[in-house]
Design a protein around this ligand. Sequence first.
Ligand code: AVI
Length: 336
Amino acid sequence: TLSTPELFTPPLANPVQEAVATAVLEGLSSTPKWLPAWLFYDAEGSRLFERITTLPEYYPTRTERAIFAGYADGIIDTAIRTWQKTHPGRTGRLRIIELGAGTATKTGILLDAAVRRQGQTEYLPIDVSESAMAEACASMERVQSGVTVSPQVANYVTDALEIPQHNGPTMALYIGSSIGNFDPEEAATILCNLRRQLQPGDTLLLGTDMVKDRRKLEAAYNDHDGVTEAFNLNLLRRINRDLRSNFDLARYRHVALWNEDQSRIEMHLQSLREQTVRIPALNASFHFAKGETIHTENSYKFTSKSIASLLRSASYEPVEQWTDEQHWFAVTLATT
Ligand code: AVI
């Protein structure tokens, strides 16, 4: 329960803290309590996520990378041919756009393939985080000759995209199963917003984690070294810092489980005892019953059928799909 905020709440230092305050107030005032997953990604949270991607239990990142390594030339070729079908006799260089820029190493495999095919390519990463993008771009241009990088700082979830005109095919990447962290309606909205910026024959390359054995899924979010646990709990530390609150991390437990009905892994933070947390920046206190949870993340898992229906709901037509031998992860090319 929330004690009514008084009239005067001290102003916060910056817009990020303002956004954190708004999100935390809304989420912790709800029943059941929840917090949006973007709150994970402060500097420490981003570092922890990078560690997660290298854990033995966390198969998605390396599985997607292996799919790119095996099929990059075919993916580039299919994207170009798809465009040529709607533009008979025309030529033009494929350019690559990416929503989110935290995936530089995987993207490099596709950029290499584009350069092999056509000598050079243009790469336009779009990300909210200026620093993450600066890093991604610097490493990319150093290593990849033939790639021209034109970064854009934008929030592709909340804001309309503005992608410059291009005389040739565009392939937009939304990889790393990032789409899985949004509810189906939000996911469709993101893909629709992107769709508006694409021309006939342009393509979207979507990376999705697939439905599989419950044990395999739950292990990926309950790793032996406790990195995912630290990632989940770091959210409370971030709130403590940004909103000057006093969450005691030792009084919460990491929970991750497979929700088969909703086809998603859910992450929660469970209160180990009854407690009240004061958040000075919100001028409010929040009560937790023993065992009460904060729902911190959904990670949706897909089937070929659910991928196709998501794509069609956002006005794309699936063209081709690549997957690993065990069908753990899929990379789907779709056209406008
Ligand atoms: C970024 N995203 C695709 C990850 C996932 O698997 O949903 C975030 C993550 N959460 C816990 N582990 C990894």
